[in-house]
Write a protein that binds this ligand. Structure first.
Ligand code: CDP
Ligand code: CDP
Length: 204
């Protein structure tokens, strides 16, 4: 089994950006597990029953730009409270984590539930207003007409729902390194994450 890096944190904390770069620089695979929940949420918005949607998900659906939409993110957070939906997605995530070349997975419960034995766990966070500003800039750059206030409201609502659900709530694993990126630019955050990984990674 390859080396697994678990990266968790709330919306727009920068976990995806960090994970992508760690994977690229280390030659590991990267799985954005939020896409799984977004794809299930999108299917629910199209009228499908969420558990059925999770059980029949196709990997091709995960690349669709529609998954970025705020209403899909909200739907993702709703379906993510359903224990049977989460259970249907476990095997795919664990199989990805076990790939021989090493893997970085980012989400909400990677260090706590999906890969509790991962040797490197990061919990990436930032103040809500900063996260909202970051996500707002991305959505505007993608051509969406949204206000920063609506993005902040969306992020707060998801934080609340994700932290308070019974099954696999959003929280830092006890052995995770907490990285608050509020006052860091992207490169500084990536460098801090890499230093941590290098400390725990066998020198091979
Ligand atoms: O990119 P962002 O952080 O805004 O969201 P995401 O990672 O795409 O996740 C969308 C939603 O999926 C989250 O608000 C969670 O409710 C859910 N999720 C989860 O429950 N567990 C994961 N491992 C990943 C996402
Ligand atoms: O995956 P997650 O939802 O946690 O966030 P992301 O998609 O990685 O990052 C959201 C946005 O914040 C991206 O446009 C990043 O360039 C920006 N950003 C960051 O990720 N880290 C910083 N320290 C500063 C900005």
């Amino acid at each position: 089994m390859g080396f697994t890096i678990a990266v968790d944190g709330p919306a727009a904390s920068g976990k995806g950006t960090i994970s992508k770069r760690l994977a690229r620089d280390l030659g590991f695979g990267h799985l954005d597990t939020g896409r799984l929940y977004r794809a299930v949420g999108r299917r629910m918005l199209d009228g499908m029953e969420p558990v059925e949607a999770a059980r029949t998900l196709n990997p091709e659906e995960l690349d669709d730009a529609v998954l970025r939409l705020p209403e899909v993110a909200q739907a993702a957070s709703r379906v993510a409270t359903i224990a049977e939906v989460r259970a249907a997605l476990v095997d795919f995530q664990r199989a990805f984590a076990a790939r021989s070349g090493g893997a970085v997975l980012d989400g909400r419960d990677i260090g706590t539930v999906i890969c509790p034995d991962a040797p490197a766990k990061l919990f990436v966070t930032a103040r809500p207003e900063i996260r909202a500003d970051r996500r707002w800039r991305e959505l505007v750059a993608a051509g969406l007409d949204v206000s920063v206030d609506s993005v902040l409201a969306d992020i707060r609502a998801r934080d609340e729902q994700d932290m308070n659900r019974a099954d696999a709530p959003l929280r830092a694993a006890d052995d995770a390194m907490v990285l608050d990126t509020s006052d860091m630019d992207v490169e500084t955050a990536i460098a801090a994450a890499r230093r941590f990984v290098d400390q725990v990674r066998p020198a091979s």
